[in-house]
Design a protein around this ligand. Structure first.
Ligand code: SF4
Length: 163
């Protein structure tokens, strides 16, 4: 897997102050996507053990609420395995930090993936420019849902985390 960058102290891509991993590669190509430079899966650099350790170091800081995986598309088949392993490790090492993941797929398409076991919040659905709404928190268009993953898995229905 390649990634574009790792941000610290992000306030826009999830609740609190967050680390953000911007992975490379997205096949969705939504019209007017804000990050077309992330579409190429060969963009950026290889996600190495050093990059993983950098994330852990950032997550150790007390003021950091958690991590967000976005991009690009963390759930593209070529990114999925490494993102799953990363989320699994983070949950084990930092059980009090939350994990948010952005996906262009819908909840219905991804709810059975192993990675869902380790995620707290999923922002689902492609960015739809016709439904763009700048008032919405943590997402660009009204079709996207901010889902409480663990509650939804338990209840076997979508439980919205933030409307
Ligand atoms: S899924 Fe996200 S990164 Fe991919 S094209 Fe759509 S808005 Fe851009």
């Amino acid at each position: 897997m390649n990634y574009i960058r790792i941000d610290s102290d992000d306030l826009l891509n999830g609740e609190g102050i967050r680390v953000v991993l911007w992975v490379s590669g997205c096949e969705r190509h939504c019209r007017n996507c804000h990050n077309p430079e992330t579409w190429n899966c060969n963009a950026g650099q290889l996600f190495t053990e050093k990059a993983e350790k950098e994330i852990y170091k950032k997550l150790k800081q007390k003021h950091i609420s958690g991590i967000t995986l976005t991009g690009g598309h963390p759930l593209e088949p070529y990114n999925l395995m490494e993102c799953t392993a990363l989320c699994k490790n983070i949950k084990k090492l930092f059980p009090k930090k939350d994990i948010w993941v952005y996906t262009g797929f819908t909840w219905e398409e991804v709810k059975n993936l192993e990675i869902m076991q380790y995620i707290d919040v999923l922002v689902d659905g492609e960015y739809n420019d016709e439904l763009r709404n700048i008032q919405l928190k943590y997402r660009g268009s009204a079709n996207q849902r901010i889902i409480d993953v663990q509650a939804s898995l338990k209840e076997k229905r979508i439980i919205i985390y933030i409307d």
